[in-house]
Write a protein that binds this ligand. Structure first.
Ligand SMILES: Nc1ncnc2c1ncn2[C@@H]1O[C@H](COP(=O)(O)OP(=O)(O)OP(=O)(O)O)[C@@H](O)[C@H]1O
Length: 463
């Protein structure tokens, strides 16, 4: 059976935006461009067409002998996600979405760029916890995630539905396909830790997600009234089969604290989390009380304002056992150059393909070593890509830029920060302190098939 074409999300976006023709065309372009440039999509489709017993395949069926990586769908080509952590539970309602949200908040507070991929398609509760009610927007390069007040990126099916209470009545393969699209078609840009709120259980959809996304580790959420032993055993077996490490166990609803004496009362009876952790050689990452402050923060859409040290151990373990080199560390690791398209007034020039001047900043860590405005030798995006690569530029800050140019730059190892305007120095400073990368402005939406930028006056930011 062939999995559905990823156009399902496109269709939903079309309904929400009302810009049927334009968005549909652009997303289709993106989809086919991606297929052209990365034939992993083809691999995924051919593998997906296998029946589970492989009876429809010949002896050459790659899924029989293929590695785990063969099943991965490609990450959106303009994104870099360093670590993917799945949050799983045996059944719904144990607080998995809250743990997902709070882990992303804690890692964000530690200074990492965090994101949440809400794979709980039929019960999406992440946007509400953060007070996100906006709809997802996109351009020809992909779909933009929502950004929370503190800069956490979120993608959830609720951002695509017509109304928040529209039920998702989709079959398993469509749900799994949507999760894959969240990975491959969302413009996550740079993310240190992405948390995936998994659907409860160990069924078809979680399995497909584990096969499709390069999950680096799992956090298992349980509650005392669950059949913890069985839940943990199932999760451990699944993780072992998928070759995914388990970071540890979190017990939610573990106890209530007496308001008068502070005594911990185990309302659901004695916890068995420790003995289960020992049995499977796992860590207990945290035990959370039933706390009205937690429920109030979630209901009040203020999870980012919540304070509580319940998951500090989990955050420390994640930081130490799954370290990432964040942007700051890369910046501190040696010299590098940032280029900015520059007009006569030293503002960011808006048409990359026609840019004749670039301001090149060279940094050692955060220290500016040199700054010079140089003239490019040629016009047109292909020559400019070569020009910047020869200058050993690592980051390009620009305004509008076409898909061809973007691809060329990414292939040359240049990180592109598009959709920027205003003073070039301010733009570079904004990039260095991280605020530029978090912006959600689209790049120029005009046709850029030739990669040459807009013809005539550009009004892309007025669209
Ligand atoms: N420790 C806690 N104390 C008080 N309320 C909590 C706690 N943990 C979670 N809740 C509340 O319980 C409800 C269910 O939590 P949550 O949505 O995180 O569960 P879930 O496992 O993701 O459920 P589902 O799988 O159905 O999405 C939410 O309203 C949340 O605010």
């Amino acid at each position: 059976m062939k999995l559905p074409n990823p156009a399902v999300v496109i269709t939903v976006v079309r309904n929400v935006s009302g810009e049927e023709t334009r968005l549909r065309r652009k997303y289709k372009e993106n989809y086919y461009m991606e297929r052209k440039t990365k034939n992993m999509s083809e691999t995924y489709e051919s593998q997906s067409s296998c029946s589970s017993d492989c009876s429809s395949c010949g002896a050459e069926c790659s899924s029989r002998t293929g590695s785990k990586e063969d099943f991965f769908v490609p990450l959106n080509q303009y994104s870099r996600v360093k670590k993917v952590i799945g949050i799983v539970s045996g059944k719904g309602g144990v607080g998995k979405s809250f743990i997902t949200s709070y882990m992303s908040v804690l890692m964000n507070r530690k200074g990492y760029k965090t994101a949440i991929l809400d794979a709980d398609i039929t019960g999406p509760s992440i946007p509400k916890a953060f007070g996100i009610h906006s709809k997802a927007q996109g351009n020809e390069l992909g779909i933009f995630p929502a950004t929370t007040k503190t800069g956490i990126k979120v993608m959830s099916v609720n951002l695509l539905l017509e109304t928040e209470d529209t039920p998702v009545i989709w079959r398993g393969p469509v749900i799994a396909g949507t999760v894959k699209q969240f990975w491959s078609e969302v413009l996550w840009e740079e993310v240190d830790y992405m948390f995936v709120d998994m659907p409860p259980g160990t069924g078809d959809v979680p399995l497909t997600v584990f096969q499709s996304l390069p999950v680096d580790g799992l956090i298992i959420v349980t509650s005392p009234q669950e059949l913890v032993s069985m839940i943990v055993a199932k999760a451990v077996n699944m993780a072992t089969a998928m070759n995914i490490p388990i970071l540890g166990l979190v017990e939610n609803y573990s106890y209530i604290s007496c308001g008068n004496c502070g005594e911990k009362i185990s309302v659901f009876g004695t916890s068995h989390i420790e003995e289960n952790a020992k049995k499977y050689n796992l860590k207990v990452l945290g035990k959370l009380p039933i706390d009205p402050a937690i429920a109030a923060a979630i209901d009040g859409e203020r999870v980012e304002e919540l304070s509580g040290s319940w998951l500090d151990t989990a955050a420390d373990i994640l930081e130490n056992e799954h370290p990432v080199r964040d942007t700051k560390e890369v910046q501190e690791s040696g010299t590098y150059k940032i280029a900015v398209t520059t007009d006569e007034k030293n503002n960011v020039f808006q048409h990359f393909g026609k840019s004749e001047r670039f301001t090149i900043y060279e940094f050692n860590g955060k220290e500016l070593i040199s700054k010079a405005t140089i003239t490019s030798n040629g016009k047109g995006h292909e020559e400019l890509v070569v020009f910047l690569a020869n200058q050993k530029v690592k980051v390009l800050i620009c305004g509008g830029i076409g898909m061809g140019a973007m691809e060329g730059l990414m292939a040359a190892g240049v990180l592109v920060i598009p959709g920027t305007s205003g003073d070039v120095d301010v733009a570079v400073a904004s990039y260095l302190d991280g605020s530029l990368a978090d912006r959600n402005e689209p790049t120029c939406n005009h046709s850029h098939e030739d990669g040459e930028g807009c013809k005539g006056e550009c009004h892309c930011h007025e669209e």
